[in-house]
Every structure is written in structure tokens, then in C-alpha cells.
Design a protein. Structure first.
Length: 181
């Protein structure tokens, strides 16, 4: 069942995840709703739960087999959304379920890039503690989607997030002198 809302088509499961309605999510899944149903933008219910920081609905969706690395039409996985909006617990849960923090969206950004750009210190620390994120600190190659080759440090500096730079990048040294394209 789809509902048209402001030119988007949502399934009932999208609404339930967006609103964090655990009871409705359970009922829909018990009634054989497709756990990874995509809306018009390619987003799955797990994307909406991550975007809103809804941990309990996420647990249920993951338990029922939702794809932790399923990409939207914009190339984003749920971790992009939880990182951008600063949802530490949700980001941690996604990482524990093997979410790949190295996935780049169509704008050339990783979850770490978004956490730095939007000043989400806790999520930045979480992602940097992941062994997979070390290579993400370097400026992007000239052939990446981002034509400027910006690094997470550049994004934090551009947006005035001194707390991220102070807590996460001052001990790196050489990155402080990298120049964008």
C-alpha cells in the first residue's frame, strides 16, 4: 500500500519507520510487508528510521533482514543519514551490523564527510574509531565525484566546526596543510 505525500510515494512501512511506530512496523512485517520496499527516491524504511534516529524500529527492521548498505537513488546508505543528523546510537548500531562507512554518495561524500560537515562530533569520533575510516581522512582523488578533493577536515573547517578540528584533527599534522583542488 502506497500513499502519495507531497509528490513522494510512501509505503505504510516508510511512514511507520519515519514516525518510529514500532507496533505498526511489527504489524506490517507480520503481514508480509516488504522490509526493503523503496520509495520514489530509492529510500527504504531503514533510511527513514536512521534519518530520524529511531533505534528500536531500526533493530526490528535489521532483525527482519533490511539491507544495511542499501543505497538510495542519491547513493546514500542509512549511515549517511544517521551521521549527518548526529544520531550516535543509530550510527553505532549500523556499524555493528556491518554498514560500510566508505560508501560514497552521488555528491562524493561518505558518512564521515557528512558528520564533519554538519558538526556531529560524537559521530565523527565513532566513525574514526572504526578501522575502515583511516583512508577517508585523505583528500579525495582528482577523479572522485567531488571536483574539489575536499577531505573531512576541509568540510569541518569550511563550516566552522572548531570542536571537530580541535578534538579529531590536530594530532594528524600533515593533513592540516593539504590543499583542495
Amino acid at each position: 500500500m502506497y500513499v502519495r505525500l507531497r509528490s513522494w510515494c510512501f509505503a505504510a512501512l516508510h511512514h511507520a519507520a519515519l514516525n518510529g511506530n514500532l507496533e505498526l512496523i511489527s504489524l506490517l512485517l507480520e503481514s508480509q510487508a516488504t522490509v526493503d520496499i523503496r520509495d520514489q527516491k530509492g529510500m527504504r524504511p531503514l533510511h527513514y528510521a536512521a534519518w530520524q534516529g529511531k533505534a528500536e524500529p531500526m533493530k526490528l527492521l535489521l532483525k527482519c533482514g533490511s539491507s544495511v548498505n542499501g543505497q538510495s537513488d542519491e547513493g546514500q546508505i542509512p549511515l549517511h543519514l544517521s551521521a549527518q543528523h548526529g544520531h550516535y546510537d543509530v550510527s553505532e548500531m549500523l556499524l555493528q551490523h556491518q554498514s560500510n562507512p566508505c560508501i560514497v554518495d552521488i555528491a562524493g561524500k561518505t558518512p564521515l564527510d557528512l558528520a564533519c560537515e554538519f558538526g556531529r562530533v560524537g559521530v565523527v569520533q565513532l566513525l574514526l574509531s572504526s578501522n575502515m575510516c583511516a583512508a577517508l581522512l585523505e583528500p579525495k582523488a582528482s577523479d572522485s565525484t567531488d571536483p574539489n578533493g575536499t577531505s573531512p577536515l576541509h568540510l569541518a573547517a569550511k563550516n566552522g566546526h572548531i570542536d571537530i578540528i580541535r578534538s579529531e584533527f590536530t594530532d594528524i599534522g600533515s593533513e592540516l596543510t593539504w590543499v583542495t583542488g
